[in-house]
Design a protein around this ligand. Structure first.
Ligand SMILES: Nc1ncnc2c1ncn2[C@@H]1O[C@H](COP(=O)(O)OP(=O)(O)OP(=O)(O)O)[C@@H](O)[C@H]1O
Ligand SMILES: [Mg+2]
Length: 443
């Protein structure tokens, strides 16, 4: 896979996120630096620590969205997790080390998938043979040449049918491992992950591998057999080794809602949970070794990107040690009316595109006049000012309210072409602007 240049990363992000250029720039550089580091001779490479980032900005302006889109671009193990999920060691909840375990798990799956793809052709061939074995169970082969020949020719006929997809719907029985999941679920629900991990392994080894015959369509059975054969073809030890290497060298963790673990008021004694979590996070960000079921994972070079709204607290409310470990700060800008207009129309997943597509399924062609969209953007902006500023999320409520009638009666409508005009927007939403109390509850 190719490595994107910072400019290209920003361009990709532009497809989904409007504005916020400083944040896009910072994450693009950080991502590219991961790759640059790989190119450096080893001694120096180990000295180059990742420059962790904190993204600060009001709610609903694109922080999480940037992370989500970045995850798809980063050709590296990428985990997004909310800091609020963690609790201090000894309390009920997830311990912070679990994020490294999750990231490793993710990397293992990622490498496994790549390896499986590499052996796919071979696996298909093997799966096809197994499929034919199932479809045509070989009778005890007698040494009379004639009979084997006959068998061979019927096998080839069957193969031709199979390849042509003629057998796809036929039912066959396939031997499959029986799941022992229920036992495990009980443990993982209580948050004892480490225990869960060990139990899974212990049981996995002790319990005899049970199998069960299941009836499947040929098409599905073939898919299953390909999976199984490709699993056999790959070397799991190598997969694990590569995965750990990848986590250590290029892993990225996005810590969302970091402001929620900052406590403003430290005079009231330590806030066990929040400050404790921060303290627990410290060594992981700084570099420590975490035990996972795949082996030890060093966290020294994992890149952390944190994000938070920080409207109740400030980055300076984080414990100083943690602040120091996030040297790069980028601020996201509050969104303007003009941004709203662009958010409604430009991104690949823009709201207006979404509503058009939804109504198209009812054979209705929905269209918006330019002025109507401007009006929607302005109303969203005004309501954000009047009540709470929830950023672009306001557009969701406003649009939903605006199209409420149409969404409800769409299937029964005679008129198949609807154009939303500025008047329509004013008519549907005007009263909310005049009556603050109303908009507080409804929009
Ligand atoms: N700059 C933007 N461009 C395009 N869409 C945006 C932008 N900002 C926000 N949105 C839209 O608003 C929604 C909410 O944004 P997002 O989840 O990124 O908020 P956030 O900044 O993480 O807020 P919070 O602090 O509350 O978590 C997103 O799903 C996205 O569709
Ligand atoms: Mg968010």
């Amino acid at each position: 896979m190719k490595t994107l240049k910072p400019r290209e990363i920003t361009e990709e992000l532009n497809r989904f996120i409007i504005g916020q250029n400083k944040a896009k720039r910072a994450v693009s550089i950080a991502l590219r630096n991961r790759w640059r580091r790989q190119m450096i001779p080893e001694e120096l490479r180990d000295e180059i620590a990742p420059k962790n980032i904190i993204m600060i900005g009001p709610t609903g302006v694109g922080k999480t969205e940037i992370a989500r889109r970045l995850a798809k671009l980063a050709n590296a193990p990428f985990l997004k997790i909310e800091a609020t999920k963690f609790t201090e060691v000894g309390y009920v909840g997830r311990d912070v080390e679990s994020m490294i375990r999750d990231l490793t798990e993710l990397a293992v799956n990622m490498v496994k998938k790549e390896e499986q793809e590499a052996v796919m052709e071979k696996a298909k061939v093997l799966a096809e043979e197994r499929m034919l074995d199932i479809l045509l169970p070989t009778q005890k082969k007698k040494t009379i040449g004639n009979e084997i020949e006959q068998e061979d020719s019927s096998r080839e006929k069957l193969r031709a049918l199979f390849k042509a997809g003629k057998l796809d719907e036929k039912m066959v029985e396939v031997e499959m491992p029986d799941r022992v999941l229920p036992i495990i679920e009980i443990f993982s629900a209580s948050g004892m992950e480490e225990m869960d991990m060990q139990i899974r392994d212990i049981f996995g080894n002790i319990l005899p591998k049970k199998t069960k015959r299941r009836k499947l369509k040929v098409k599905e059975a073939y898919e299953y057999l390909i999976q199984e054969e490709s699993k056999k073809l790959i070397d799991m030890d190598k997969v694990v080794k590569d995965a750990i290497e990848r986590v250590e060298q290029s892993g990225i963790i996005f810590l969302d809602e970091i402001d929620k673990i900052a406590s403003r008021d430290r005079t009231h004694g330590p806030d066990v949970s929040r400050e404790g979590v921060q303290r627990d996070i410290l060594p992981i960000v700084e570099g420590t070794t975490v035990t996972t079921k795949y082996g030890m994972v060093k966290t020294d070079h994992i890149l952390f990107i944190a994000a938070g709204a920080f409207h109740m607290s400030k980055p300076s409310d984080l414990i100083p040690e943690l602040q120091g470990r996030f040297p790069i700060r980028v601020e996201l800008d509050p969104l303007t009316k003009e941004d709203f207009y662009r958010i409604l129309t430009e991104p690949d997943n823009a709201l207006i595109k979404q509503y058009k597509a939804l109504l198209a399924t009812e054979d209705i062609a929905l269209d918006f006049e330019k002025e109507a969209i401007e009006e929607i953007a302005e109303i969203a902006q005004k309501i954000n000012e009047m009540t709470e500023n929830i950023g672009a999320r306001r557009l969701y409520t406003v649009m939903e309210k605006l199209l409420d009638d149409i969404s409800y009666s769409a299937p029964d409508m005679e008129e198949k072409k609807i154009i939303i005009t500025r008047e329509y927007v004013r008519e549907k939403l005007g009263e909310f602007l005049e009556r603050e109390d109303l908009s507080r509850y409804i929009l």
